[in-house]
Ligand binder design. Structure first.
Ligand SMILES: [Zn+2]
Length: 365
């Protein structure tokens, strides 16, 4: 059966698709709509409150997402102060504070235009299209201060087999009548293992934006590949510039969410005696030492049991190094000192945040 495909035009004066680097005072944006941002937008349209989004997100996970960058926009910073009389910590570990505002810098994409395709179960897609046309809550482009400047729903050209085909067939749209038409537009497509391509290609990128929960925000990684689609003279992209073999029948993605990966994950936890391979605390999560087979084709050798703290520590090192598909193996001695120092950094940050929360609640009393 042909999949349903939802096409969303995300265009507005400002957009902000918070990246994993956007936790503290510096709130950065991805270069294009993130998976978590788009899922958040759909949950708002459906009227699903953020704390209750978990079950919905599991269902939305089966959708394959692609983004076409019709206009990348310009990056812009906003400087914000929050509350002038807060007790802000000054000497972080000594617990001293002084009255002052909380500072935050927020990054935006200005005048950008994206076409997002979500392909999957036709019934689910129809439900999402209906919700997008009659949203329960006002949709926004990543942050509440970023409204869209045109209707979100765009018609999908008939006969498209997947998200990529839809993005290649949908007409390019100029934002203003005099705007030049570019020769190519970038496509950001999700990668999943296929029989003819069981391992991710070297150019695949790791994006930490697959939402597991919206509140608190919890994400896992997904793989994204980049290609270019040529834009025809009449403004219709005519397909990816890169030549590819005709795709075989797709493996339904809903299947892998339930079984293969979860089985491997449990097997790894069992092999590691249910203990974190780094600190021997109860291990309740696994680390991918490589993403080359991620998305369902992992072997137990690609995984290591870790506790949450060590996993966060390792992930922070990986962010810092901008690592690609091959990740940190916490069993290797060469990472030992760095993991120890990253762990203590996280513990310090957490105790600081706990202190800040205590101060704020005392202030509120
Ligand atoms: Zn640990």
């Amino acid at each position: 059966m042909a999949p349903g495909i939802l096409l969303l035009r995300l265009e507005g004066p400002m957009q902000a698709w918070g990246s994993h680097e956007s936790q503290f005072g510096m709130r950065r944006t991805y270069e294009a709509p993130s998976r978590s941002g788009v899922m958040g937008l759909l949950c708002a349209a459906l009227g699903v409150p953020r704390p209750e989004a978990g079950v919905r997100l599991e269902r939305l996970e089966s959708l394959q997402m692609g983004v076409r960058v019709d206009g990348p926009g310009v990056r812009w910073w906003d400087y914000q102060t929050v509350g002038a009389g807060r007790q802000m910590p000054i000497a972080e570990l000594a617990g001293k504070t002084k009255p002052g505002p909380m500072l935050s810098r927020r990054e935006y994409l200005c005048d950008a235009s994206f076409l997002v395709a979500l392909a999957g179960d036709a019934e689910l897609v129809a439900e999402l299209a209906e919700a997008t046309a009659h949203p329960f809550w006002t949709p926004f482009l990543g942050r509440k201060s970023c409204p869209p400047s045109r209707p979100l729903l765009e018609p999908c050209p008939p006969g498209c087999a997947d998200a990529e085909a839809a993005l290649c067939a949908a007409p390019y749209r100029r934002r203003l009548p005099g705007d030049p038409i570019p020769a190519t537009v970038a496509l950001l497509l999700e990668w999943a293992p296929k029989p003819e391509e069981p391992e991710a290609p070297n150019h695949a990128e790791v994006w930490y934006d697959m939402p597991v929960s919206l509140e608190p925000p919890v994400h896992r990684a997904r793989l994204v590949t980049r290609t270019d689609a040529a834009v025809g003279a009449d403004g219709i992209p005519v397909g990816p510039a890169r030549q590819r073999p005709a795709p075989p029948p797709r493996r339904p993605r809903a299947d892998y969410a339930d079984t293969e990966y979860k089985r491997r994950r449990l097997e790894r936890l069992r092999l590691d005696e249910g203990l974190c391979v780094f600190c021997k605390a109860p291990g309740n999560t696994v680390q991918h030492v490589t993403y080359r087979r991620a998305g369902g084709g992992e072997t137990v050798e690609d995984l290591r049991a870790l506790c949450r703290l060590c996993h966060d520590a390792v992930t922070m090192i990986e962010y810092g190094l901008g690592m690609g598909l091959d990740r940190i193996d916490p069993c290797e001695a060469r990472w030992r000192e760095r993991i120890i120092s990253s762990r203590s950094g996280i513990l310090q940050q957490r105790s600081l945040e706990a202190r800040r929360r205590r101060l704020q609640s005392r202030e509120a009393e």
